[in-house]
Design a protein around this ligand. Sequence first.
Ligand code: ADP
Length: 392
Amino acid sequence: MKIISINAGSSSLKFSLINMEDESVIANGVFERIGIDGKYTIKFNGEKYTEDVQLKDHNDAVNILLEKLISLKIVNSLDEIEGVGHRVVQGKDLFDKTVIVDDEVMEKLESIKHFAPLHNPANMLGIKAFQKALPNVPNTVVFDTAFHQTMKPETYLYAVPYQWYEKYGIRKYGAHGTSHRYITEVTSNLLGTENFKLISCHIGNGASITAIKDGKCVDTSMGFTPLAGVMMGTRSGDIDPSLLPPVMEAENKDINAIINDLNKNSGVLGLSGISSDMRDLEDAYNKGNERAILTMNKYARRITDYIAQYYVLLGGADVITFTAGVGENSPLVRKLVCDNLACLGIKIDEEKNQVRGKQTLISTEDSKVKVYVIPTDEELMIARDTLELIKR
Ligand code: ADP
């Protein structure tokens, strides 16, 4: 049984073809610059195939992908593909789990698309393209927000006029839910129980921290949009909104331009003035660059703030996990964060912490909380959900 996981953006479409017998990735790749000119990269059998092709819309990308699956002999027939799982960024409170796409689901998606205007419409284009190209194959939608639907109102509501929630749906929705859910499952397997308190740190270019009790999300650091929470590669994380009017006036910018600055020109990039990439920041930090040191300390501090908050919220923690680009690959960030948490009896083993991208217990035996590095796999989670639903 083979399943395709899809992550469609406004001008790109990433795919993974997964063999569900052993959960191995058969092929993966990306179609880029859709609607501009077009290019694809497909990785299969240790080879990388790349070509500039005309991609005028998502239908072109899907049609060429299916054509290539046959011509590169990745599959013998398209009948081998039994399901397509689509990542969708925002499901609001209409979706608390993965579902099979039907007309009603598409209508619901249509009704909430303005909540994630850069992402949801693109995700829908991906779904429609597969519905057209493979009309007999079921599509599922896997939401970044679904895992966080177990938060209580006192957690997801902002202290703003209640009507904003009632009338406009203003509340915390969170993101990275598929990754946090995957990490929860792996942790559950590692501990051999479903009953544990976990603080899951997904730290990539985007970053979020989630408090999980007995497999369910209790709180998460992202908010109404992914702009909230910890400091990220280019996003500010939490700020005081009252700082906006003086900046808007001084820089003669409207609210959209300022929100763009908070999303694209802030965080590690904005504060350091060096780069949004943690590798560049680490290089500058190691050379003693003052702004890099300031930025790194602030970055680690913001992650610590959330872990400390969630430690109290959960009444302690059994496990803290680090995942995604930075969480999996930066011993420095993990060390700074865990050192900040020393008063909770959290200790990591310097040597074990040197790991990159490999599942490892990095805490010492006498650490009061286990600390793991666990590589995330959102594509596999999407494929697993899809398999689960189409088997029924
Ligand atoms: P996204 O949020 O875009 O999915 P990823 O989870 O792929 O991001 O993380 C990308 C980030 O991971 C990069 O911007 C970089 O900061 C960081 N990263 C990747 N490799 C390393 C490394 N070896 N050391 C430190 N940071 C790394």
